[in-house]
Ligand binder design. Structure first.
Ligand code: NOJ
Length: 516
């Protein structure tokens, strides 16, 4: 059992920070960010306590889906820098103990990618089978359109050759055919290339769609994911795959794989369900939707972990809520139709959804770091960035990083930035949270979520008040003296939690020493 807590499982207590090079920091004043700018800002990330940077796509692209439409998987978008700049960044990050992963967007390419240009040139082109073609779209071609504001079907007629190609996303993003062994080899080459240049793994875009393509040709598409993971681990023993899988828990679990209960596919999957239920809880000021989700959430296989998040670069999707639940969250956090997107989500960031209430915002980030799972921050969350609704669609949440706010908040002990730094320090300092087992603690207060994490006899208890009224807590049933993790002051087992309050407490049982 001891071997379950070795340091090479670094992702289990990582702090992941997602950013887009283009909006992070502009080193040469040409109007958009670049790798040199990012490298200049590495100490912001280091001081924050980030241990892993996730880079959104930085590859050459016509930019019709903010870089998720790639024309060269081996290149660096010249606006952002060169391979040299990329390597300097990765090297500088490593010097600060920060690993770097990047988006692996191989469900599709841009329609401008030379592979697709060749493939569409004629039916007998050698690249034809790199994409997915049909003479007629299937009867359910409209089902599952991801961007309903722009697309009506998953299949688009290619006029020249008279066949339809599959595109899960926009029609300018034709799906690659992963049933084709050449495509699978090429994807491995892409991964191998960036790992040679220093990446420690990938955030895998749209995993269920990647595996779904022409399923009839891949009897068990999970074998492919398993192969990818094996390849990654051979090349880099600590390489990680963090997957975008937005499905109900039982379906998502399949993407961890399960060889001997250890997990042999994705190391981490985002917890989309818990995230959505958290917003429902916030809207209702009632912890039970989140508590319920946590009770439902299966334990991942041994070396795997859930990745938890408050916001990401896409709309805040509420697609797994029921229609009335979604309307409740819309009413609370995005009543204006212009704040809503695709009928399922909100193009907003947290601070504006919570009307700038710093107590409440701080409580939500406390939850993020206290609940089990690897926390993933989206750039700007640490300084309370808000959205800009004048930008189109999801770009509202992808505006340039607020460096002025970072400067102002750095020396203010009460700022959000200082709070998030403290949370990260405490999270890294409490091995119970990332490595331990966890249990929900019953409280009579409906607005309070209380849980404990335990490892090697050490215990951390966290209590969060999602409501706007005081709550009475009684932790007398917990063994040992309680101290506040942040102030290190003793705490009585009965106490009042202020509206939107939170506490992390360590229970000191006699004779127990928790190794870090
Ligand atoms: C999921 C990404 O998160 C999103 O931003 C993108 O538009 C689609 N995949 C297509 O790549």
């Amino acid at each position: 059992m001891k071997l379950t807590r070795t340091a090479d499982l670094w992702w289990k207590n990582a702090v992941v920070y997602c950013l887009d090079v283009e909006t992070f920091h502009d080193s040469d004043g040409d109007g958009h960010g670049d790798f040199r700018g990012l490298t200049q800002k590495i100490d912001h990330l280091h001081n924050l306590g980030v241990t892993c940077v996730w880079l959104m796509p930085f590859f050459p692209s016509p930019d019709r889906d903010d870089g998720y439409d790639i024309t060269d998987f081996y290149g660096v978008d010249p606006r952002l820098g060169t391979h040299g700049d990329f390597v300097e960044f990765v090297r500088t990050a490593r010097d600060r103990g920060i690993r770097v992963i990047a988006d692996l967007v191989v469900n599709h390419t841009s329609d401008q990618h030379p592979w697709f240009q060749e493939a569409r040139s004629s039916k007998d082109n050698p690249r034809r089978d790199w994409y997915v073609w049909r003479d007629q779209p299937p009867p359910d071609a409209e089902k599952g359109v991801v961007f309903p504001d722009k697309e009506k079907s998953l299949w688009e007629l290619d006029k020249k050759t008279g066949q339809y190609y599959l595109h899960r996303f926009y029609k300018h993003q034709p799906d690659l055919n992963v049933a084709n062994p050449e495509v699978r080899d090429e994807i491995a080459r892409v991964m191998g290339f960036w790992m040679e240049l220093g990446l420690s793994g990938f955030r895998v875009d749209a995993v269920p769609f990647l595996l779904e393509a022409p399923v009839q040709d891949l009897p068990d598409p999970h074998d492919y994911l398993c192969d990818l993971r094996a390849f990654l681990s051979r090349r880099n023993g600590e390489g990680v795959l963090l997957g975008e899988v937005n499905l109900p828990y039982t379906d998502t679990m399949k993407f961890f794989g399960s060889a001997d209960g250890v997990g042999d596919e994705l190391n981490m999957c985002f917890d989309f369900i818990g995230m959505q239920q958290m917003y429902l809880s916030l809207a209702r000021k009632d912890a039970s939707p989140l508590t319920h989700a946590l009770k439902e959430r299966p334990l991942p296989p041994r070396d795997c972990h859930w990745a938890t998040f408050v916001r990401n670069h896409d709309e805040l999707t509420l697609d797994k809520l029921t229609e009335p639940e979604r309307q409740e969250v819309f009413a609370a956090f995005g009543p204006d139709p212009d704040m809503q997107l695709y009928g399922r989500g909100l193009r907003r960031r947290l601070p504006s959804m919570l009307d700038g209430d710093l107590r409440r915002i701080k409580m939500v980030y406390s939850l993020l770091f206290a609940l089990p799972g690897t926390p993933v921050l989206f750039y700007g969350e640490e300084v309370g960035m808000t959205e800009d609704l004048s930008q189109e669609g999801r770009l509202a949440v992808r505006t340039p990083m607020w460096w002025d706010a970072a400067r102002e908040q750095r020396h203010d002990d009460d700022s959000l930035l200082s709070w998030i730094k403290q949370l990260i320090r405490a999270y890294r300092d409490c091995p119970e949270l990332a490595w331990g087992t966890y249990e929900l603690i019953d409280t009579p207060e409906p607005a309070v979520l209380a849980h404990r994490c335990d490892i090697d006899g050490g215990t951390v208890i966290a209590v969060h008040n999602l409501g706007d009224e005081e709550a009475e807590l009684d932790l007398s049933s917990v063994d040992g003296e309680l101290t506040d993790v942040f102030t290190e002051q003793p705490v009585k087992p009965k106490f009042t939690l202020e509206p939107y309050g939170c506490r992390w407490l360590r229970a000191w049982a006699e004779g127990v020493q928790v190794s870090r």
